[in-house]
Ligand binder design. Structure first.
Ligand code: HEC
Length: 167
């Protein structure tokens, strides 16, 4: 039989043991939990970076055709010349509405088979036909594409732009 004082000592030891155990478990929890937190933070940081990168990447690259400059191979996004820029912006504004879809036979930019026989007529003929209008075998090219506010230079630049795309 345990005496009361023996019981009290045993009980006190058990309580002390449990207190120590509790402290150890809390410490362990902090250590393990902390390192998991670090990992999660690191992962979500990396994830955030990837999301930002994917949302801020350029929408597309500008295709201005073949450019005979060595630098062109290294830089896909290349703005050729001021002239090329003008041609593209005129095209986008006044020509693409027919030429992008090829409505009534309007030669699509990049359609070599359709452009080749036209280019063989010479650039001057193409300029004149674009500026003054032209009745071809499949349809009508209205003077300046119907946009008479364009200057002759602007129309020529747009012709150059389309011709360059097939050369
Ligand atoms: C309303 C539609 C329309 C618009 C807008 C238009 N085109 Fe055309 N274009 C045509 C059609 C149709 C043809 C082909 C006619 C054919 O060969 O039968 C053509 C042909 C051409 C040709 C070839 C001419 C030739 O001699 O073979 C050139 C160059 C041209 N367009 C330039 C332009 C330019 C530059 C613009 C913008 C300023 C423009 N087009 C806007 C309909 C259009």
């Amino acid at each position: 039989m345990m005496t009361d004082s023996q019981f009290a000592r045993t009980f006190a030891k058990m309580v002390a043991f449990l207190v120590v155990l509790t402290v150890v478990l809390i410490a362990l929890g902090v250590v393990i939990g902390g390192s998991i937190d670090d990992k999660l933070n690191a992962q979500s940081e990396e994830y955030t970076q990837r999301v930002i990168a994917s949302r801020t990447e350029p929408v597309g690259t500008l295709n201005v055709g073949e450019i005979d400059e060595p630098a062109a191979t290294e830089q896909p996004v290349q703005v050729a010349t001021a002239e090329g820029d003008l041609g593209k912006s005129v095209y986008d504004k006044a020509c693409f509405i027919c030429h992008a879809t090829g409505v009534t036979g309007a030669p699509k930019p990049g359609d070599v088979n359709n452009w080749q026989p036209r280019i063989e007529k010479g650039l001057e003929v193409l300029y004149t036909n674009s500026i003054q209008g032209f009745q071809g075998s499949t349809g009508i090219m209205p003077p300046k594409g119907g946009n008479l506010l364009l200057s002759d230079e602007e129309v020529k630049a747009a012709v150059d732009y389309m011709v360059e795309l097939v050369q």
